[in-house]
Design a protein around this ligand. Structure first.
Ligand code: NAP
Ligand code: G4F
Length: 333
């Protein structure tokens, strides 16, 4: 057990929940940033994690981030906050740049200005969206830390700024700042606005007679989907390493949304999902990332990171969870 403390931004999000559980189990004192004067996720979070101290701050407001860093005085600072939905970033590109890009600079400045450059380790949530799916430099091998970036969305471009400013603060001020370039990771804490949870939730509803269909956009894109619980362990391992560095976390497998649908509907005994899926253009994007495939060899070799949940296990876990959740709700109502 450790006596270390950690500050987490984005603590009310998917990864925030998994990381909080891991750090509390490791004995950390955990602080988390919540935004807004009446954030609806706050009460549920505090009920699940009463040990965590929540600090009101917003990545858009540098002074609030400085105050949070001063209050928490963290050994480790995990920056998970972002506008993280790619489709939303096309509709709100300026807010995405300010939050997902400039917000990271506010975190790094907070560490530097408060004199914590040598004491606070920083994790930045970089993303496979920075590669953009144009697999022209390493066809078939999967993107690694040396692959070229070609982001295809305002979100991906903002994350690329965040990635480079984090590297810049590492090189300029000696901050122990590491970027995890994480491929898609999912699970029972995933927001329903993302395609995997949207499908697992819909499959559960359809199987229980609570919905007739699900409306989706393009089904051919492929993603390297892993389980979020495995990936937050990798984040933590990056900050326990002797040197700051950048690491890809991925499964090394890629699957289309159609394959996700195949497996998810099969979990509830439906062999042909086509009658239940309705195309809706509003869920397509001005530019699409065709395929993402990651190569996690460096994280496996240097950090000893391993993912435990495979694609089949991930889909099963999500559908089972959503069926049980909805059954519980219908029993209560
Ligand atoms: P998520 O569920 O969408 O959570 C995003 C978090 O950011 C929420 O807690 C949200 O708070 C917070 N946030 C948004 N704007 C903020 C602001 N202005 N100030 C403070 N907090 C703000 O995301 P996730 O899936 O956990 O992902 C965590 C991080 O990893 C994100 O940076 C994401 O871009 C990145 N990432 C995710 C994946 C993935 O597959 N999940 C892959 C690669 C990288 P509210 O609760 O108030 O909305
Ligand atoms: O689930 P998605 O919204 O995830 P996306 O765009 O891959 O982004 C996620 O992973 C990134 C890592 O690569 C993260 F950085 C990012 O924060 C986020 O967590 O969409 C996956 C695919 C896309 O091709 C999308 O066009 O599913 C397609 N899709 C088809 N119908 C849909 C839908 N996506 C959503 N969200 N909703 C649909 O109805």
């Amino acid at each position: 057990m450790t006596s270390k403390s950690a500050l987490i931004t984005g603590i009310t999000g998917q990864d925030g929940g998994h990381l909080t559980r891991l750090l509390l189990d490791e004995g950390y004192t955990v602080f988390g940033i919540v935004r807004g004067q009446s954030n609806p996720k706050r009460a549920a979070f505090s009920q699940e994690f009463p040990e965590v101290t929540l600090i009101e701050a917003d990545l858009l407001d540098a002074s609030s981030v400085i105050r949070a860093v001063d209050l928490a005085d963290p050994d480790e600072f995990y920056n998970l906050a972002a506008i993280s939905h790619v489709g939303y970033s096309f509709r709100n590109p300026v807010l995405t740049l300010d939050t997902t890009g400039k917000g990271v600079l506010h975190c790094l400045e907070a560490i530097r200005i408060t004199g914590r450059a040598e004491t606070t380790r920083f994790y930045q949530a970089s993303t496979s969206e920075m590669y953009g799916g144009l697999d022209y430099n390493r066809p078939g091998l999967g993107y690694d830390e040396d692959s070229l970036f070609h982001p295809r969305s305002p979100y991906g471009v903002a994350k690329l700024y965040a990635h480079w400013i984090t590297r810049n603060y590492r090189e300029s001020y000696g901050i122990f700042a590491s970027c995890g370039i994480l491929f898609n990771h999912e699970g029972e804490r995933r927001g329903v606005e993302f395609v995997t949870r949207k499908i697992s939730d819909a499959v559960a509803r359809i199987s229980l007679g609570l919905a007739d269909d699900v409306q989706l956009g393009d089904l051919w894109p492929k993603r390297d989907w892993g389980y979020a619980g495995d990936y937050v362990r990798g984040m933590w391992q990056m900050l326990q390493h002797s040197e700051p560095d950048d690491f890809v976390l991925a499964t090394g497998e890629t699957h289309s949304i159609e394959e996700f649908l195949d497996r998810a509907f099969a979990e509830v005994g439906i062999d042909d999902w086509h009658p239940y899926v309705v195309r809706n253009e509003s869920f397509t994007r001005p530019a699409e990332v065709d395929i993402l495939l990651g190569n996690p060899a460096k994280a496996e070799r240097v950090l000893g990171w391993r993912r435990e949940v495979d694609f089949e296990g991930l889909v099963r876990r999500m559908v089972t969870h959503d069926v049980e959740l909805l059954r519980g709700q219908s029993v209560r109502s």
